[in-house]
Design a protein around this ligand. Structure first.
Ligand code: GLN
Length: 209
């Protein structure tokens, strides 16, 4: 079966693994999950999740460990499924509008993002959102925002769609083509709710939807 990798250089990767393993057990998917820190671990993957954390640190570690060129090649391969959450969204983007000095992004997602768009750690929040436009019947997903970015500009409106927009007009999720998903929030921090991970597996990894 296919293998889903979670980039484990930095950030909240353990939570992603727990959700994926729960989905695999419950639905008997023919899939495995692995952490990715080296080119050899990346090599065996069919999909990659880039977790939340801190995009400056993630970028610096990827460059220092020599992972950057391998990640660049992997994410730009259209046969791979890619999902970035929060810092992962920032790291996948083509352009950053602020706090960009030390970040060398993966130049994949055709958007410009604004880091820390909701303010500081203390302004973190959780909100029930209707995701039924993305995920069938998912009308009340507990959406966790922690120093989250927003998508400020769509650089290619033909390719980056659909978008998910909050009531206040801020764009916090997008897909690009059939293989790329980006969320500015943290579905991996939704306790006991693996619907987002299950949707990622079905739609982007197994392409059953
Ligand atoms: N604020 C972080 C950054 O700019 C992202 C926060 C997160 O991933 N929870 O990289």
């Amino acid at each position: 079966g296919k293998c889903v990798g979670i980039l484990a250089l930095q950030g909240a990767f353990i939570e992603h693994i727990q959700h994926l393993e729960k989905c695999i057990t419950e639905n008997k998917y023919d899939l495995s999950v692995t952490t990715v820190k080296t080119p050899e671990e990346l090599e065996i993957c069919d999909a990659l999740i880039i977790p939340g954390g801190e995009s400056t640190s993630m970028s610096l570690i990827a460059q220092r460990t020599g992972m950057y060129p391998h990640l660049l090649k992997f994410v730009h391969d259209p046969s791979k499924a890619i999902w970035g959450t929060c810092a992962g969204l920032i790291y996948l983007s083509k352009e950053l509008s602020n706090e960009k000095e030390l970040v060398k992004p993966l130049n994949l997602l055709k958007v410009k993002v604004k880091r820390n768009a909701f303010g500081r750690q203390a302004q973190s929040f959780i909100k029930d959102c209707d995701f039924s436009s993305f995920i069938p019947d998912c009308t009340d997903f507990p959406t966790v925002f922690i120093r989250a970015p927003v998508i400020e500009t769509i650089l290619d409106p033909q390719e980056v769609l659909p978008l998910y927009t909050l009531d206040n007009g801020l764009i916090v999720a997008a897909t690009q083509g059939k293989n790329i998903l980006a969320t500015s929030f943290h579905p991996e921090l939704a306790e006991n709710d693996s619907r987002f991970h299950d949707w990622f597996i079905k739609k982007f990894v197994l392409k059953q939807l």
